[in-house]
Design a protein around this ligand. Structure first.
Ligand SMILES: [Zn+2]
Ligand SMILES: [Zn+2]
Length: 347
């Protein structure tokens, strides 16, 4: 089969390799769609302690079960499924309490578990028993189903900030996650959604989601504009859906009293520390949290929300490539010409 092998820093090579062998407690998935995540590009250029080359990345995936070992009960041949990234170990204190994205072992598809930038992928026992393996309806496309993984992370990001009816939500960054969060925030009761974005091209794509207000961080003062849009009170919920430390600072600056800030987007390793006046947290009685990854329950919910049309993912799918053009696909994603770039390994 054809696979894109990560052989070291900045080295992603297409190779013809033997398809994985399947034991009695594993299954084989024919990969139909796999999206490139920002984290895949970070691993390619900077490495990751959980990825040991030669390795196959790719965790935003959907496909069809080609073969299931005789002890496997969760899936059978012909099942259409979507995969998530974080795989709970099922045993540590976090996993036992339903917080598998904080697992002490921290297994993930496309990290320790060989991923989906290949024509076939093995679903090992742990992934099948504890992991985000979700059946998808016949009418849901593989491309859309692949994006249940990032949507699951978005669900985790909004569940943690106590969403409820009537809130104003500001999203600092309208990449794929920020766009999905516009729909998701509304589904969770937001009355007003404010989207902030720097690049004009992404802003144009984000307009398909019809946020109530769009603010260009290139031309406008983000904190002032968000205060203006909320009668001077500030948004009840502010999510940093980007990788800029300035957004962390703006978020704490603008959030309402008793509001919630979520540092959703991770920052590059050598980013300077955020300069936050902790007294503003003190006087505002606001809550500042982070969030990362998701748990299998949220992946299932993501598939349901996409299928129900509650969260639209098609507008953020801007490019599709065959696996043979994975380098071009990465370049397209990293040059930010596109939003979500999807690979079709059998095209
Ligand atoms: Zn991802
Ligand atoms: Zn665990």
């Amino acid at each position: 089969m054809l696979a894109a092998i990560l052989e070291g820093l900045d080295t992603l090579l297409l190779r013809e390799v033997k398809p994985p062998e399947i034991e009695d407690d594993a299954a084989l998935m024919r990969v139909e769609s796999v999206a490139i995540c920002g984290s895949d590009a970070r691993i390619l250029h900077h490495g990751n302690p959980r990825v040991t080359p030669p390795a196959i990345m790719g965790h935003e995936a959907a496909g069809i079960i080609e073969k299931a070992g005789k002890n496997v009960t969760r899936v059978k041949e012909g099942d259409r499924i979507a995969l998530g990234a974080d795989v709970p170990c099922g045993r540590c204190v976090w996993c036992r309490n339903g917080l598998g994205n904080n697992c002490a072992v921290n297994y993930a598809v496309g990290y320790q578990i060989s991923g989906a930038f290949a024509q076939y992928m093995k679903l090992p026992r742990l992934l099948l028993e504890e992991g985000p393996v979700t059946h998808i309806p016949a009418s849901l496309s593989y491309d859309e189903a692949a994006l249940a993984e990032p949507l699951a992370c978005a669900i985790n990001g909004l569940e943690i900030v106590n969403m409820s009816l009537g809130k104003t939500v500001a999203l600092l960054g309208l990449g794929p996650i920020g766009c999905m969060m516009i729909d998701l925030a509304r589904a969770m009761g937001a009355l007003k959604v404010i989207g902030v974005q720097r690049s004009r091209m992404r802003m144009e794509i984000a307009r398909a989601y019809q946020a109530d207000v769009y603010i260009s961080s290139e031309d406008e003062n983000v904190v002032e504009r968000c205060l203006e849009e909320t009668g001077g009170h500030g948004p009840d919920v502010v999510i940093t859906t980007c990788g800029a430390v300035e957004a962390h600072e703006q978020a704490v600056d603008m959030v309402a009293h008793r509001g919630h800030v979520n540092f959703f987007g991770g920052l590059a390793k050598n980013t300077r520390p955020a300069q936050i006046l902790s007294n503003s947290i003190h006087y505002k009685e606001c809550f500042v949290t982070g969030s990362h990854g998701s748990v299998p329950r949220q992946h299932e919910l993501a598939v349901t929300l996409i299928h129900a049309g509650k969260v639209r993912v098609k507008p953020v799918i801007t490019h599709q490539f065959p696996l043979a053009k994975i380098q071009e696909a990465f370049n397209t994603m990293e040059s930010r010409q596109g939003m979500k770039v999807i690979i079709h390994p059998h095209a």
